[in-house]
Design a protein. Structure first.
Length: 208
């Protein structure tokens, strides 16, 4: 996870809503940034022609993706349109953004070289349906990079009420990903702990 992640300056994010505000609070910043680094570490220094960021939220990942990809689309069901457009203007990059459902992606087959999906799959019960549709819109050789909280006693305690919205744990997500993509690569944070005792997990699925 040596690649440095670019975060936009605080004043480039007009609406500091949860969870994007945590990236600008020193005590939380290290962990929240480490999640992004964990997920993107699968891609290394590779560049991509086209990328889809599922669950883009306030767009914290989009500036970094703009440095790695030629064309970006960001989708969410809770799209923070004002924050995203203002930040893109200040950061001098463009991404197409739209409301869209992860279970029925409004894109043609073979549309993207890269899909990122950070802290989204834990909210989805129909994991195989979502993952199959992501695989459908990936180009051959394309990558899906996904990150999500581990589910254990520690994270349940830390996340508190948020666990009520986390309907799928890391085991279920890994299992569904293996069914859809076959062999997957997995990582966790901290890296020296097994997934069941970690704080955050990630996987890479590749479309052959």
């Amino acid at each position: 996870m040596s690649h440095r992640i670019y975060l936009p300056p605080k004043h480039h994010v007009p609406v500091l809503e949860d969870p994007i505000n945590f990236y600008y609070i020193p005590v939380f910043r290290t962990f929240f940034t480490a999640r992004l680094k964990l997920v993107l570490s699968f891609a290394g220094s590779r560049r991509f022609n086209s990328a889809l960021d599922i669950g883009c939220g306030s767009g914290i990942l989009l500036p970094e993706l703009s440095r790695r990809c030629d064309y970006i689309v960001g989708i969410d069901t809770f799209l923070q349109d004002f924050t995203l457009r203002k930040m893109m203007k200040l950061e001098n990059f463009h991404a197409d953004i739209a409301w869209a459902d992860i279970l029925a992606l409004p894109f043609k087959d073979y549309s993207f070289d890269l899909i990122t999906c950070i802290s989204t799959l834990e909210h989805i019960r129909e994991l195989e349906t979502a993952l199959k549709d992501m695989k459908r819109v990936l180009k051959p050789g394309g990558l899906l990079l996904a990150g999500f909280p581990a589910r254990n006693v520690i994270t349940d305690k830390l996340l508190g009420e948020s666990t009520g919205f986390h309907v799928s744990g890391h085991r279920e997500i890994f299992s569904a990903a293996e069914k859809v993509f076959g062999t997957i690569r997995t990582k966790q944070l901290p890296g020296f702990l097994p997934p069941d005792l970690s704080l955050y997990c990630a996987f890479e699925g590749s479309k052959s």
